[in-house]
Design a protein around this ligand. Structure first.
Ligand code: BGC
Length: 750
């Protein structure tokens, strides 16, 4: 099933010779054959390939032996099979998949190796389900702390996002499944995502928002791309000449095909002329109207042929799984569950530790408090939910690891906010569910939790959000801890000072109350099928924590760039489109009335005037102290960073240093190399991440570490020249354990 042409290790390819085809050019090996096949197709057969066949497939041509293209959500687990024309469950029994840690958790590993393995896991399970293309990875930059899809995306930093997007892509495609990298591009908010116009300058676009896509496409050979719902600088992404034709196909040499986000196609001419291949879903734009437009001469059949060719390149590169082979065994496979576990183990971030962790041998009674210890995180959040074969919750993981000697008690502590209610309220309210996200702490649950805490040697409080709060389709209103969690954690601390807080969420939360109340804090993520197992291993000290934050935890929301500059939310946006669509009065409108109502709303705009000062770039440059900085994450050991040896050659800047594990257990450290340019004439952030590595060290071991920055990665987008440009001069190389924990520095001149 594996495709030989993709299996050539990248190292060999680089070494081969200058004329070796690029990953994108390798898609063209069947072009002659494809042209012959297209010559045999009728116009109807060709156009039939340009739109959906079912909710998750687009047509081939059976007569010519061309199989349909089967797609599967999403980025962290092959989504449950839906009915042909919708997302409702098809009621299958073999479609339970491995639930991999979500995007921000993967990014917290800062591990290229893990991202590659993760991609292979997704690729393998896709094949078992007969899927050709997975709708992922999702690689947009986490611009807003409140972003509904922060948990799906990787990082606020383009270099980290790009490195992981690249490896995920390679891993998945090496298994013979195409990726559909999404959402191209600048889809950084869910508020009005279907109509918002993201307005940004070209330099910011290139250096920040396009980087992850660029690497996965150019170096990883990503075979398909999903244009996003939103507009960028005036044009919808699915018909954006600059993004799709000039940059993607023109500059990056993309040879595969594009698939609009579901419902994100907006016109026939726009989509046909400006770079879309497949309308998902429906055929109202890329079906009969294409045939009609050819009849009138507005479009040419040659253009249709070109689009079909781009689709067929992928169809020929990806072997269709025969019907009799697909879906004959359970989607979730043990080797993939192990990948999920390894990723989870490396993702957990120790934010704070005043000697409470790892859990001491003397601890014989643990009180676990908080519903986030028992709530499963596999489903919810819309498209990215997974029907997992199994999911180890934090409480299950802790109980199993604690064994018979240690008593583990549990109390829910607070009500869970289940999110927007679609139907009528239940006759008898669920006593463990809150009606509003900001409902105060429940006195009965609080009292029960405090009693358990008083009676325990150690309290582990599980707080954070859930997948109704952080979800596709809407952004959070704020990053406050919901449902009175602050009251609960404060009371627990008074009851028992031996307290650990574990945050189960995909994005950052406001910790101004929780932080001083908690001697130890762990960011535990939505960590997949084996999340609870991995968490217990870290809490009990079987392994040292080694995750690092892929985004900044602001002290308060208003400190973060888009909020500080008043760029978000847009006061003239007219309300969140998604929310409006479900408002009772809007639901009662006829389709025509609804359209007129939506058209009457002010057109939402998102201004990116913070430019490249996204995330830590802003906090560093403006000297705003975050709660926890980008790259932060503690261990159970100390690491000693030796002095740097740095050299700048023509193509590469190299830094070498020793890294010593001064502790008594094996541990990984993620070493980070930032660059500052004190004498630059071009404007730069105070510093930018340029390279990183995860280093594994045995107890007491010292290793020599080398980090390299290709000089091309030091270029900036010169707006006047409309090209990448290098500014020569002094570079300060800053090596450390976090963006706010620089241990060594050196200077070079390029
Ligand atoms: C999401 C995509 C997803 C698609 C299909 C859209 O709403 O934005 O990420 O792949 O639905 O489920």
């Amino acid at each position: 099933m594996k495709k030989n042409w993709i299996l050539v290790p990248s190292v060999l390819l680089v070494a081969a010779c200058a004329t070796a085809p690029s990953p994108q050019d390798r898609l063209t090996v069947n072009d002659k054959k494809i042209d012959q096949v297209i010559a045999q197709m009728t116009l109807e057969e060709k156009v039939n390939m340009l739109h959906s066949k079912t909710n998750m497939s687009s047509a081939g041509v059976e007569r010519l032996g061309i199989a349909d293209m089967h797609y599967a959500d999403g980025p962290f687990g092959i989504r449950e099979e839906g009915v042909p024309n919708g997302f409702q469950s098809a009621g299958w029994t073999l479609d339970s998949a491995t639930y991999f840690p979500t995007g921000s958790a993967l990014a917290a590993t800062w591990s290229k190796e893990m991202a590659y393995l993760y991609g292979t896991g997704m690729g393998k399970e896709a094949r078992l389900r007969g899927k050709d293309v997975i709708l992922g990875p999702a690689v947009n930059i986490q611009r807003l702390p409140v972003g509904g899809r922060t948990y799906e995306y990787l990082s606020e930093d383009p270099i980290l996002s790009a490195a992981l997007a690249l490896e995920y892509t390679k891993g998945c495609q090496d298994e013979g499944t195409a990726v559909c990298i999404k959402h191209f591009a600048v889809n950084n908010q869910e508020t009005n995502r279907g109509s918002v116009d993201a307005q940004l300058d070209e330099r910011t676009l290139r250096e920040i928002y396009l980087k992850p896509f660029e690497r996965a496409i150019v170096e990883g050979g990503a075979m398909s791309v999903m244009p996003a719902y939103n507009k960028v600088n005036g044009d919808y992404c699915s018909e954006n000449e600059h993004l799709l034709n000039e940059i993607l196909r023109g500059e990056w040499g993309f040879k595969g095909f594009t698939v609009s986000d579901w419902g994100g196609t907006h016109s026939t001419m726009g989509a046909m002329l400006h770079g879309l291949n497949v309308q998902m879903t429906g055929s109202n734009y890329l079906g009969q109207p294409v045939i009609d437009s050819i009849a009138t001469g507005a479009l040419t059949e040659a253009l249709v042929n070109e689009k079909v060719k781009q689709i067929l390149r992928v169809r020929y590169a990806i072997e269709a799984v025969p019907d009799g082979v697909a879906n004959t065994k359970m989607t979730s496979q043990p080797e993939c569950q192990q990948i999920a576990r390894q990723v989870a183990e490396k993702s957990i971030v120790l934010l704070k530790n005043e000697g409470v962790l790892p859990i001491a041998k003397e601890v014989k009674k643990i009180a676990v408090i908080g519903q986030n210890a028992v709530l499963k995180t596999q489903s919810g959040g819309m498209g990215a939910g997974v029907k997992a074969l199994y999911e180890v919750t934090p409480l299950e993981g802790i109980r199993k690891r604690a064994g018979a000697d240690v008593q583990v008690t549990y109390a829910p502590g607070y009500k869970n906010f289940p999110g927007r209610r679609w139907g009528p309220a239940p006759a008898v309210p669920n006593p463990l569910e809150a009606a509003a996200i900001d409902e105060p702490a429940d006195p009965v649950l609080l009292e029960e939790a405090v009693a358990l805490a008083k009676d325990a040697d150690l309290v582990i409080f599980f707080g954070g959000t859930n997948k109704s709060i952080e979800t596709e389709g809407s952004d959070r209103k704020d990053i406050n801890l919901p449902v009175g969690q602050e009251t609960v954690v404060t009371a627990l601390r008074e009851a028992n000072p031996n307290l650990v807080s574990v945050l189960i969420s995909g994005g950052p939360t406001d910790l101004r109350v929780l932080e001083p109340a908690s001697p130890a804090i762990v960011q535990g993520w939505w960590n997949g099928t084996e999340g609870g197992t991995a968490l217990a291993e870290v809490l009990f000290g079987d392994i040292a924590p080694s995750g690092k934050l892929p985004f900044t935890f602001p002290m308060k929301l208003e400190d973060s760039p888009a909020f500080a500059l008043g760029n978000f939310p847009d006061p003239n946006a007219g309300g969140d489109l998604f929310t409006l669509m479900y408002r009772q009065d809007v639901l009662k409108m006829t389709p025509a009335e609804r359209q007129a109502f939506l058209d009457s709303l002010p057109k939402p705009v998102s201004k990116y005037t913070e430019g490249s000062l996204v995330g830590y770039r802003w906090f560093d440059t403006r000297n705003v102290k975050p709660m926890y900085a980008f790259g932060h994450g503690l261990s159970y050991v100390d690491f000693e960073y030796g002095a740097l040896k740095a050299a700048a050659k023509k193509d590469v800047v190299k830094v070498t240093f020793t890294l010593a594990n001064k502790g008594g257990m094996a541990a990984d450290e993620v070493v980070q190399l930032y660059v500052a340019r004190p004498d630059a004439t071009v404007e730069w952030p105070a510093k930018e991440l340029k390279a990183f590595d995860r280093v594994t060290l045995a107890a007491g071991e010292t290793k020599t570490v080398t980090l390299e920055i290709p000089v091309k990665d030091l270029r900036y987008w010169n707006v006047e020249k409309n090209a990448w440009d290098l500014e020569h001069g002094k570079l300060v190389l800053l090596v450390g354990a976090a963006s706010d924990d620089i241990r060594q520095q050196a200077e070079v001149t390029i």
